[in-house]
Design a protein around this ligand. Sequence first.
Ligand code: CA
Length: 383
Amino acid sequence: MYKALRILLTAAILNSLSLMSFLAMGQTGDTKSTAKKIVIAHRGASGYLPEHSLQSKSLAFAMGADFIEQDLHMSRDDQLIVIHDRYLDRVSDVAEKYPNRARSDGRFYVIDFTLAEIKTLQLTERFKISNNKKVAVFKNRTPLWDKAYSFHTLAQEIELIQKLNREQHKNVGIYPEIKDPSFYRHEGKDISRVVLQVLKQYGYSRPTDNIYLQSFDPLELRRIHQQLFTQYQMKIPLVQLIAKTNWQLTSHYEDGRAVNYQYDWMLQAGGMQKIAQYAQGIGPWKNMLIAGNSRADNLNITPLLKRAHAVGLQVHPYTFRMDEGRVAKYASSFTDMLHIFYFKLGVDGVFTDFPDKAVELLNLDSAVESRKKAQVLDALRKL
Ligand code: CA
């Protein structure tokens, strides 16, 4: 009688601890994959220090990010510069230092400057030009023109991350993005070849190496997959970034004319199967997974994540920002937004300017999981 009661009580405890979820550990659940979810430091810890400065990369490392992102453009002397735009003029003093070097569109292109020249520039927090004045894009970040920052190359950044990995017994990955490959080809430079050479030189060449190589350009990713990997005897995970066609983010040159790339097929049924032929993951805009008009009590979840997971693609949406006006309306806070994507939806990772917040959430989740596991094991032992 006493024993029966004890079993009943234990069953009640187990139920409250969601035995099912415990038993499901080790298998893939609907929303909770057992593979470790990752935090990608978007342009470093760019919410705290200027994007793509080495300081923001070191901070991201210290905050516990799993991967650190590098956007890559090319200098006149074929060096890979870690910078988001193909222009230098929204994150530096190039217009003051080299006033006569703009193209006819008024912009100062990375490709028109040598590495030595780029090294003379002051890197600063991102700004926009408003009424002829430079205004910070994110008003509560690093003040414009704080003097600690400068540009660097991909090799320099990899050396920093690898040194920190060695010293701290960690294995933080890199997540480089090949920017505008068709633009560079049009200008006579093959950026993808240079990127692959540097990656190989630094030991990133196998599928298990701690790297994702990303691009918005599907033609270039297919080319890397089909031709360049064979030529360079390497094979590393590729991620297809997905833009909206009307952002006009990617173009290809036809008879010398730039033609805007049509992304729509990626979001249609069958799109993920096509991407899975050459890539291991997708990096969609987060609104492509949960529509922006969703409400807290009624999330409008699109079929994209399920379609991607069904063909084995990792899903790493962008960009999670805590700044004013950047938290989705259906989330009560930045952490709530992260929670919705990681656990209600089930993404495998996120690109965020605030990697510490995502690390904190994932650590909390794994602490809760281990406490649950310990309690369930304890209950089982008493049966
Ligand atoms: Ca990027």
